[in-house]
Structures are given as structure tokens and as C-alpha cells.
Write a new protein. Structure first.
Length: 206
């Protein structure tokens, strides 16, 4: 879980803390120095980095030749950068990475929300969020390159706290004992049926 102070100090103010935590949990990394490299859809194994210099060296090595993600938010390295020398150490700084990553994800959310007709319904937000996560991981949404696309702007008004889903969870949990009881009853029946099978003939015994 992200530190609340880090979120307050560094994250994009358009996103609620709960949304930020969900985003980083689903699409980010726990290590600020984490570097992920993919080429042709395949993951390229890179050494685990122990310093910002090592992480940045790997980023510069692969940027422009492969898809490189870095830091807490797995920010797409190279976005808006023409030369690898322009890639800065702020990519692997926890605060700066969170600031850049959440600002970019907020833009992606607005792009997706606009496609949904900028709905303000709380019920629509989970789908918008899931589509935005997919767009973040792939770089595209409905044929649009989301990292290079223009930010439509505006507030993200329909964010929903995770606790809003507890009623559904409670319903499932409440039904679980009934299902378990039914399953155990079936198991008893199966067990009883097995006891009725004549095993005396196995091995050619009379």
C-alpha cells in the first residue's frame, strides 16, 4: 500500500487516494527502481537494479527499441522525449514518478470517460477505470495512442471509493454458507455412493 503522505504530497490532485492506490496496485510496482522491458509483446529479463543510476542506464539502453516502463507507476519511459539522453533520474524517484504517472493516468481516465459520454454516474466509473487500466498497459484505447493524445481536460467527478463494492461482497459472503452446505451434502451423497460399490472382485477375488 502506498504511503498516504506520499500520495498527498506527490500524486495528481484530480485523483482520489483510493483511485491512486487501485491504479498502482493494478498497474504499477512496489519498487521505485523497477524497470520492465517488453519487445514484440515479450518480456525481456533485465537485471534487478540497486540504484537510480543502474535503473536509468537500463531505461536508456532499451528506450526507443522496446516498450520500457519504470518506477512505482510503471510510467512509459520515452513519452515526449526525443533523445535517450533527455531521460532524467526523476523517472525512478518515487515522488516524481508518482506525480508524472498519476497525472498521465488521470489524462487517460479523462480520454476514456469522454468516450463514455463523460458520464457522471458512479456505476459507470468501474468500467471506465478498467478500460483506462487496459489503455495504460497497452498504450491505446479505441485506436487512440493515449500517451500522445491531447488531454480533454475537466474533473474526474465519478470516482468511487472501493468500499462502495462491499454490499456486493457481503451478498456473496452471505450466500457462501448455503453453497458450502449444499456442496458438503453432495459430498456426503457421493461418499455414500462410493461405499455401495462392491470392491470384493478387485484382483480377481471372489
Amino acid at each position: 500500500m502506498l504511503d498516504a503522505a506520499l500520495i498527498k504530497e506527490c500524486a495528481d490532485p484530480f485523483l482520489k487516494p483510493a483511485t491512486i492506490e487501485q491504479f498502482v496496485t493494478a498497474a504499477g510496482a512496489t519498487d521505485p527502481l523497477a524497470v520492465t522491458v517488453k519487445s514484440g509483446g515479450r518480456l525481456i529479463l533485465v537485471p534487478k537494479t540497486a540504484s537510480a543510476e543502474e535503473a536509468l542506464a537500463i531505461v536508456r539502453q532499451y528506450a526507443g527499441h522496446a516498450v520500457v516502463r519504470v518506477g512505482l507507476t510503471q510510467f512509459p519511459a520515452g513519452v515526449g522525449v526525443k533523445e535517450t539522453a533527455d531521460l532524467k533520474s526523476d523517472l525512478v524517484d518515487a515522488c516524481q514518478n508518482l506525480r508524472k504517472g498519476t497525472a498521465m493516468f488521470a489524462k487517460v481516465l479523462r480520454i476514456v470517460a469522454k468516450w463514455y459520454g463523460s458520464s457522471t454516474s458512479n456505476e459507470v466509473f468501474p468500467q471506465i477505470f478498467e478500460d483506462a487500466l487496459y489503455a495504460w498497459k497497452t498504450g491505446e484505447f479505441e485506436g487512440v495512442s493515449v500517451f500522445q493524445a491531447e488531454d480533454p481536460g475537466g474533473a474526474i467527478t465519478n470516482q468511487r471509493e472501493p468500499q462502495a463494492d462491499t454490499s456486493e461482497t457481503d451478498t456473496i459472503d452471505a450466500e457462501a454458507p448455503m453453497q458450502t452446505g449444499a456442496e458438503s451434502l453432495d459430498e456426503k451423497k457421493i461418499g455414500t455412493a462410493e461405499m455401495r460399490v462392491d470392491l470384493s472382485r478387485i484382483g480377481g477375488q471372489p
